[in-house]
Design a protein around this ligand. Structure first.
Ligand SMILES: CC(=O)N[C@H]1[C@@H](OP(=O)(O)OP(=O)(O)OC[C@H]2O[C@@H](n3ccc(=O)[nH]c3=O)[C@H](O)[C@@H]2O)O[C@H](CO)[C@@H](O)[C@@H]1O
Ligand SMILES: C=C(OP(=O)(O)O)C(=O)O
Length: 440
């Protein structure tokens, strides 16, 4: 398992291009949903391509504490049998501390409610990137017949239901983890549930496909309108995680910024949505070779304009729009492009503040307001300067790592455990391509 030291620092010596092949890890956000779904059945679920990252390891530990029998079959394959689930663990201080340590733990609620009629959770953790409300989750549970109680003093959410009844639910917003929670509850509710305004990221498509293999009856997978016919019980299955699309996007941006020649292996290009297109709009050349993405070493890349000649805007939106988790990476990549781009982070209000570090490094960025930043690319007229900085969140962390790898000199990135939350052994894997990252 990835080391869990409380304060990890990366010392990054920049200026050397990378060369070679890299295989993306299994998808973090898919893994968090899929792992919670094992609680829906007493039978064994075997999962392949599980990323060895902090958030996933923490969730596996939480499942073990809940009484799930966890067997490690190989480096990235585990089996999970939730035959004897110990709900008393939910009452312990240990649960409160562990469940609050990551965002993904919120998705144990739906399966526990569906199978055992009750569940509770402290306010979950995850990135501090602005308000992260949970209304969609609880409004959905309530529509299905659950009672909801929030203890504001203790920051504890509780739900219970004697009977879950399928119904029509128009979700408050297309929340990723919210949709996963409501789907995992509705599969075992009585009768039919229709969920409109459902999120439909590949993470959710994978979850629904796995639930169907377990015996659930979900149709409309991949759209924002899901029809679910409740079943009595679910059985075991096998599942393989998709490659992590956010890691793939991060590698594309990294290759461009460091003028590196990289091949990203087995990228499941068919599942990447707009991700390749957005990087191409920054002027980055991509070649699709079967299922690999080849990125040639590019000294210059030029940001496109809109057809009417106006400045390109890149904004996030629920799937199939562009994922908010790659906007920080697009932003840092644009700092060495030729041209100008407006980055508009619509979903989160505190995710762009890390640009002050890029500005310290010499990047030309105007933070217009908490949601928008204009980047005026340097076109490599001069490299970024190495500095000492602290990573505020997982994606800003990787963006700072990319900036440091392109900079002249040696940078320090403190709080690099943020990066370890979502990127498997990133130092070892990038050093194998020629990067100079020391974990200290
Ligand atoms: C563990 C996990 O899977 N985390 C992902 C999940 O978080 P998570 O499921 O927590 O995020 P949500 O989809 O609930 O919402 C994220 C933010 O976007 C806002 N919002 C959401 C939907 C919408 O239509 N309009 C809107 O403005 C919400 O109010 C919230 O502030 O989805 C986010 C949005 O893709 C990603 O950044 C996170 O990496
Ligand atoms: C915001 C993210 O993660 P989380 O929801 O787990 O905090 C992310 O993966 O970019």
């Amino acid at each position: 398992m990835q080391e869990s030291k409380s304060s990890i620092t990366f010392e990054v010596t920049g200026g050397t291009p990378l060369k070679g092949e890299i295989t993306p890890q299994g998808a973090k956000n898919e893994a968090l949903q899929i792992l919670c779904a094992v609680l829906l059945t007493p039978e064994t679920v075997t999962i392949h391509n599980i990323p060895n990252i902090r958030d996933v390891n923490k969730l596996i530990e939480l499942l073990t504490d809940l009484g799930v029998e966890v067997k490690k079959i190989s480096a990235d394959t585990y089996s999970f049998t939730a035959k004897h689930v110990n709900l008393n663990f939910l009452e312990t201080p240990d649960f409160k501390q562990k469940a609050a340590a990551l965002r993904g733990s919120i998705m144990i609620l739906g399966p526990l409610l569906a199978r055992f009629g009750k569940a509770k959770m402290p306010k979950p953790g995850g990135d501090k990137i602005g308000r992260r409300r949970l209304d969609t989750h609880f409004l959905g549970f309530q529509r299905l017949g659950a009672r909801f109680n929030y203890d504001a003093d203790d920051n504890f959410y509780e739900i219970d239901a004697s009977q879950l009844q399928g119904c029509y639910i128009l979700l408050d917003e297309a929340s990723v983890t919210g949709t996963a929670n409501v789907v995992m509850t509705a599969v075992l509710a009585k009768g039919k549930t229709t969920i409109y305004n459902a999120a439909c990221e590949p993470y959710l498509q994978q979850l629904c496909l796995m639930l169907n293999r377990m015996g659930a009856k979900i149709s409309g997978v991949g759209s924002n309108l899901l029809h679910i016919e409740g079943v009595e019980s679910l059985g075991g299955t096998e599942h393989t995680m998709l490659p992590d699309m956010i890691e793939i996007g991060s590698f594309i941006g990294m290759a461009a910024m460091t003028a590196s020649e990289i091949t990203i292996k087995n990228a499941r290009i068919d599942q990447l949505g707009l991700i390749p297109t957005i990087f191409q709009r920054l002027g980055i050349q991509l070649e699709f070779r079967n299922d690999d993405i080849y990125i040639p070493a590019q000294e210059h890349y030029e940001i496109e304009k809109f057809i009417d000649g106006s400045i390109l805007t890149i904004a996030d939106a629920p799937w199939p729009g562009f994922t908010p988790d790659l906007l920080s990476i697009v932003l840092v990549t644009a700092t060495q492009a030729k041209g100008t781009v407006l980055i508009h982070q619509k979903m989160f209000e505190s995710r762009l503040f890390f640009v002050d570090k890029l500005i310290d490094m010499g990047a030309q960025i105007i933070l217009c307001d908490p949601h928008r930043a204009t980047v005026i690319g340097l076109d490599r007229t001069y490299p970024l300067r190495a500095i000492s900085m602290t990573s505020p969140d997982i994606r800003a962390g990787v963006s700072l790592l990319i900036a440091a790898m392109s900079a002249n000199g040696t940078s320090i990135i403190r709080n690099a455990e943020q990066i370890d939350r979502g990127y498997q052994e990133i130092d070892t894997r990038l050093n194998a391509l020629g990067a100079k990252i020391k974990r200290i």
